[in-house]
Design a protein. Structure first.
Length: 477
């Protein structure tokens, strides 16, 4: 039994009567109800509370998070409070998250977070996303930030009923209620609004910085030669590079892109690796939208994303708020923020369509408000986009796919790869391939290679020969 029970036009035994209130339910946020009330007893924060409508429907079950005493009559003991109740999802705002997650799907990460803070996870997604997060770090963050970040990855929404946390696909279900401009619904004074933050006529996609190998013949005679690109590593047939430990035939100044030989050379052929960013521009004119997508390693994929973005957001994304004053004749209790709802606009039939419910405000006893927006989630392939957004998320915690390593001791090298895809591995020392796998590596593969010289770095490749985002541990026995 809750510490306090509140009800509109109270009929439940021991319920405290509410004459006016505002209940707010919006996407991926804790629902709340706010009201003023006169009572004789003291209200303590974090008291459990239930809020019912006049038909005995439970609208909100949670805790009192704000109780302002507006007045107090010392003679009668009566007080007037402004009280705000939040559902049990508020704990995701109230607590602190410090956790490292590895090799986990976005939906499982959400489950681990919400259950760590006392909620029961209920997965209503139609199927597993198929996405795997290699590594994600949350340090000194609100749990709701982690949950919503992963929901954005999945194109999902959540709601809390009691202590149950429900995860579901945005736009998965269709409301049984229609917003009909001819039957009590009115468009608010702001009308239909454009989401100008995402509107774009030109899209620039900035993809991965990938490592490429080239051979450059630098014409001329002398000891100093300038390369056309900044080298990552250099190899010249018949010559040895000078390092801290080796007295060789040439030195490399990466910043100046210069190769300096001990003896004069003519038209030397220089093999080297360099970093190059995948970049594509689609459309023309303003506004211009830049999309950093470091997981995109192919120009065709970059152009496809740019075209898709303009297709969806080129004309702007519309949203609006609809009002209805029939508090008792219209039952909105089954409406879920994140579901789709049909809209028929009597003033402009071009706006008719199915939209996403983004917010519901119940202003008892005056008015219901429903805010709707265009459904962009369903335009994409859900599982494929979840994988892409997962890769984008990982970029915050990982470096480039080109993995620089400290110099290791000589001897056997133990390589551990953790990834959802099969990969090939190349171990390199000063531009020379020391060892590579000829067959795909299985998940969690442990390999032993007698590398000989000290190891400079290692690169994992996918089946298409592109650098991979595999998680690699390199350990020396």
């Amino acid at each position: 039994m809750a510490d306090f029970v509140f009800q509109e036009n109270a009929s439940i035994v021991d319920a405290i009567n509410i004459s006016s209130a505002q209940l707010v339910d919006k996407e991926n946020s804790s629902s709340s109800v706010k009201f003023r009330i006169g009572m004789d007893e003291t209200v303590a924060l974090d008291s459990t509370a239930e809020y019912y409508d006049s038909e005995d429907n439970l609208l909100l079950d949670g805790k009192i998070k704000s109780a302002k005493e507006l007045s107090h009559d010392p003679t009668t003991g009566s007080r007037i409070y402004e009280i705000e109740i939040y559902d049990h999802g508020y704990i995701l705002i109230d607590e602190n998250l410090n956790e490292v997650f590895r090799s986990i799907s976005p939906e499982d990460l959400i489950e681990d977070v919400v259950e760590a803070f006392g909620l029961t996870f209920v997965n209503l997604l139609p199927a597993p996303s198929g996405a795997i997060i290699t590594k994600k770090v949350y340090q000194d963050r609100d749990p709701i930030e982690a949950v919503n970040e992963q929901c954005n990855t999945l194109g999902a929404n959540w709601r809390v009923e009691g202590t149950n946390f429900y995860l579901f696909l945005r736009g998965q279900d269709l409301s049984t209620i229609t917003i009909d401009g001819t039957s009590g619904w009115a468009l608010n004074k702001d009308g239909w609004l454009d989401d100008t933050d995402r509107k774009a006529s030109t899209v620039i996609v900035k993809g991965a910085t990938i490592l490429q190998r080239t051979k450059e013949t630098v014409t001329g005679t002398g000891t100093v030669f300038e390369l056309s690109r900044t080298p990552v590593d250099v190899e010249i047939d018949g010559f040895t590079q000078t390092t801290d430990n080796i007295d060789g035939d040439y030195t490399v100044d990466k910043q100046a892109k210069e190769i300096t030989f001990e003896a004069s050379q003519t038209d030397p052929e220089i093999f080297y690796s360099y970093e190059s960013q995948v970049r594509a521009q689609v459309g023309n004119g303003a506004p211009i939208k830049v999309l950093p997508r470091n997981y995109i390693e192919d120009i065709v994929e970059a152009r496809a994303l740019g075209r898709k973005y303009i297709e969806i957001f080129g004309d702007g994304i519309q949203s609006s708020t609809w009002l209805n004053s029939d508090m008792y004749g219209l039952d909105l209790n089954d409406l879920v923020v994140g579901d789709k709802i049909p809209v028929i606009n009597k003033l402009n039939s071009n706006r008719d369509g199915t939209y996403i419910i983004t917010k519901i405000v119940r202003k008892y006893p005056r008015q219901n408000q429903i805010t709707v927006g265009e459904d962009t989630t369903s335009i994409f392939d859900w599982q494929a986009e979840s994988k892409d957004r997962t890769k984008q998320l990982e970029e915050k915690d990982q470096n480039s796919d080109f993995i620089q390593l400290d110099v290791f001791k000589t001897g056997d090298l133990k390589v551990k790869i953790t990834t959802e895809l099969t990969k090939y591995l190349v171990v390199i020392n000063t531009g020379e391939v020391l060892w590579s796998s000829d067959t795909p590596l299985a998940n969690d593969a442990d390999l032993i290679s007698d590398t000989g010289p000290d190891v400079d770095y290692a690169i994992a490749y996918d089946d298409d020969g592109l650098p991979s985002d595999a998680f690699i541990d390199i350990l020396n026995p």
